[in-house]
Design a binder for this molecule. Structure first.
Ligand code: GLU
Length: 300
């Protein structure tokens, strides 16, 4: 594994094309896209990394996986009355389908769906408590205390996130937002601003991969479902292409992170902040494809 990751990292650093930065979040726009890290946690609990695996990055939409796990833990299958389980085929912050489908977001990994999931997690509590629940869950899953929220990134999105605000108020107009939209949005922006390293993220994915070394935070059936949604919806309208190239469930974020799950085999975290035209990490997707080709981990 060490050799495979070393080869992947040196291939990535040889490339010229790193993709674009997430321009619409000012705090992330200043980052150098030519950075890369990969970490893999195996069944026996061993962790292998290459690149800047100890550098914290903004996990952004990868957090949607953890808030989904937390919300399912809190409200169970009831969540599916408010959010669907189908892929989108539109951009991640699109309002179009939401309008056609009466305010029921297609899935929990598009922004509107994650805003509803966050709303379910909030359920009349102070945002601080809901955020503490997500952070505690991630810390427990990653077996690490040093996972934190970057307030500057959260504030940056709070200032510029008109699209997400529009989605929240639209959801409210359809009766699919139970809390004050500003409170739900504040909680959502803060969960997106969680920062951690690929080493920590790979550790956090162990429970979703049902690895024996993982803490028992989610049932096998629920992990399978969360992974199924990662496969079909985890890369927005680039999900089909990710399945085609990589063949494993994955969740991306505009910070350039990707969590990839090889069920019963490994948990993988990759980071490279340059994005492709779908808004997914350019080098990260390439690295994930190289890894599954080298290991035969594709589930197809
Ligand atoms: N915080 C970002 C947003 O809500 C997350 C998007 C992403 O990572 O894909 O727009």
């Amino acid at each position: 594994m060490e050799e495979i990751l070393k080869t992947i990292a040196s291939d990535i650093f040889r490339q010229d094309e790193w993709g674009q930065k997430a321009q619409y979040i000012p705090e992330l726009a200043g980052i150098d896209p030519r950075q890369f890290a990969i970490s893999v946690c195996l069944k026996d609990g061993s962790l292998y990394s290459a690149g800047a695996a100890d550098k914290p990055f903004s996990i952004q939409s990868v957090a949607k996986v953890f808030s989904l796990v937390a919300a399912l833990g809190r409200v169970g299958d009831q969540l599916w009355t408010r959010v669907g389980r189908e892929p989108l085929g539109n951009s991640f912050d699109s309002v179009l389908l939401l309008e056609q489908e009466n305010g029921r977001p297609r899935n929990p990994y598009v922004n509107a769906g994650a805003i509803v999931t966050t709303d379910a997690l909030l359920a009349g509590r102070a945002p601080k408590l809901a955020l503490a629940e997500i952070l505690c869950l991630i810390k427990h899953m990653s077996d690490s205390d040093s996972v934190y929220i970057n307030e500057a990134v959260a504030a940056s999105e709070q200032k510029t996130g008109s699209r997400n605000k529009a989605l929240a108020y639209y959801l409210q107009s359809h009766g699919n937002l139970y809390n004050d939209p500003e409170l739900t949005l504040g909680t959502y922006f803060h969960q997106c601003a969680i920062e951690m390293t690929t080493a920590q993220l790979a550790m956090a994915g162990r429970a979703l991969a049902s690895l024996p070394c993982a803490p028992k935070v989610i049932s096998h059936l629920r992990a399978r479902r969360v992974n199924a949604l990662m496969m079909t919806c985890g890369h927005y309208d680039g999900s089909g292409d990710f399945a085609f190239q990589v063949g494993l469930p994955g969740k991306s974020g505009v910070g350039g992170g990707i969590l990839v799950i090889a069920p019963n085999v490994a948990s993988i975290a990759i980071w490279s902040p340059g994005l492709n035209h779908y808004g997914n990490s350019h080098a990260g997707t390439r690295a994930a494809a190289m890894l599954t080709r080298a290991t035969n981990w594709s589930i197809f």
